[in-house]
Write a protein that binds this ligand. Structure first.
Ligand SMILES: *Cc1c(COP(=O)(O)O)cnc(C)c1O
Length: 357
């Protein structure tokens, strides 16, 4: 069968070797003659998986000793609420940088136990840029940002550095580039954009945030519940954690963040260079805020869309349709996407110009 160049924005593609090993674990895990999904999560075989997954996160992201790593459930969408519960302090107020639909949803959740303050928003221009030069004020307990705006194709290049605890939804660009963990008090990320299948959410937290909330926290949303039990308070999503562990092994094997950052840069340069060079297309995001994970663009002449889409189809390019709130196209180039797939897309864009130019 011909290779499909899958630009899905999420769930994401994963390396082939990860799929192969994950598939094997369903039938026969660790040569136990048992499936990964039918053994006790308290067995040594699975506890070892959880421990290796957590330690690979620490190693790859260079996480200091005063941080903890958890694999929980509920998606990043529950992370919006979990983050707010755990970060409320004397003001009972979180500051939010509203850079897209996910950020807006995050801000909404803070109102269940406190309130949210919108620090700045780019909604006025359909989130095509990252606001800068804002004032946080002195009445918020934490500052919440979304590192990469999956739908709109923008990405924060420089994070806030200051006294106010920084919380980040890193769902769609974690492990895509080097970050300085010390800048953050709490990071959460749904696995299915860049790490594994849907079903688990990664939390990276500074240990000293625990136990300091000024609001009562439901047991499952209290991060302390989970750190005290080494991420095994209740049955973890075993398959999602195992598959994430395999992806992290792959990432470490290819050279970790140094290597992947370089590859991701090459891929995004390829596509952005074509968008800028090709008179038939326009990028939708502000150039300096462009994401290296999700490139959003449109055809200047909508009459060409049927032809372009047919050509994409013939070249086995799938999942390129933009989110309905932006329209146009979105090329999601998560870690496992080979450069060769981006070259195929760029060739189709070039070919359209040759035909129409
Ligand atoms: C996909 C996405 C979410 C939602 O994640 P779920 O795991 O589906 O809840 C939140 N934030 C960002 C930045 C995303 O890309």
């Amino acid at each position: 069968m011909a290779k499909v160049h899958n630009y899905s924005a999420g769930p994401c593609i994963l390396p082939k070797e990860v799929f192969q090993k994950a598939a094997k674990s369903i039938e026969n895990f660790n040569d136990l003659n048992l499936s990964l999904i039918e053994i006790s999560h308290r067995s040594k075989d699975f506890v070892d998986v959880m421990e290796e997954a957590r330690s690979l996160v620490k190693e790859i992201l260079n996480i200091p000793e005063n941080y903890d790593v958890l694999f929980l459930q509920g998606g990043a969408s529950l992370g919006f609420l979990t983050a707010a519960y755990n970060m409320m302090r004397s003001h009972k107020r979180g500051g939010y940088l509203v850079t897209g639909s996910w950020a807006k949803k995050a801000a909404k959740e803070a109102n269940f136990m406190g309130e949210s303050k919108i620090i700045a928003s780019s909604e006025d221009t359909n989130f095509n840029y990252i606001p800068k030069g804002y004032d946080l004020g002195d009445d918020i307990d934490y500052f919440h940002v979304t590192s990469n705006n999956t739908i709109f194709g923008t990405q924060i290049k420089e994070f806030y550095k200051g006294e106010i605890p920084l919380v980040c939804d890193m769902s769609s660009d974690i492990f895509s580039r080097k970050i300085n963990i010390d800048d953050f008090d709490l990071i959460y990320a749904g696995a299915q954009k860049n790490m594994g299948p849907a079903g688990t959410t990664l939390y990276i937290l500074k240990k000293d945030i625990l136990g300091n909330s000024t609001v009562p926290i439901p047991t499952m949303l209290n991060l302390k519940t989970h750190t005290e039990k080494d991420s095994m308070f209740n049955t973890p999503p075993v398959f999602a954690v195992y598959t994430s562990m395999l992806t992290l092994q792959w990432l470490k094997g290819i050279g970790g963040l140094d290597a992947i950052e370089k590859i991701n840069m090459e891929k995004s340069n390829l596509i952005y260079n074509e968008i800028d060079r090709n008179p038939l297309f326009s990028g939708t995001a502000n150039v300096e805020d462009r994401s290296n994970m999700n490139a959003t663009f449109t055809l200047n002449d909508h009459n060409l869309s049927n032809e372009f889409e047919q050509m994409l189809n013939d070249a086995n390019v799938s999942g390129l349709k933009g989110h309905r709130s932006v329209g146009g196209y979105r090329a999601s180039m998560y870690n496992a996407m080979p450069k060769e797939s981006v070259e195929v897309l760029v060739d189709v864009m070039k070919e359209l110009t040759t035909k129409k130019g």
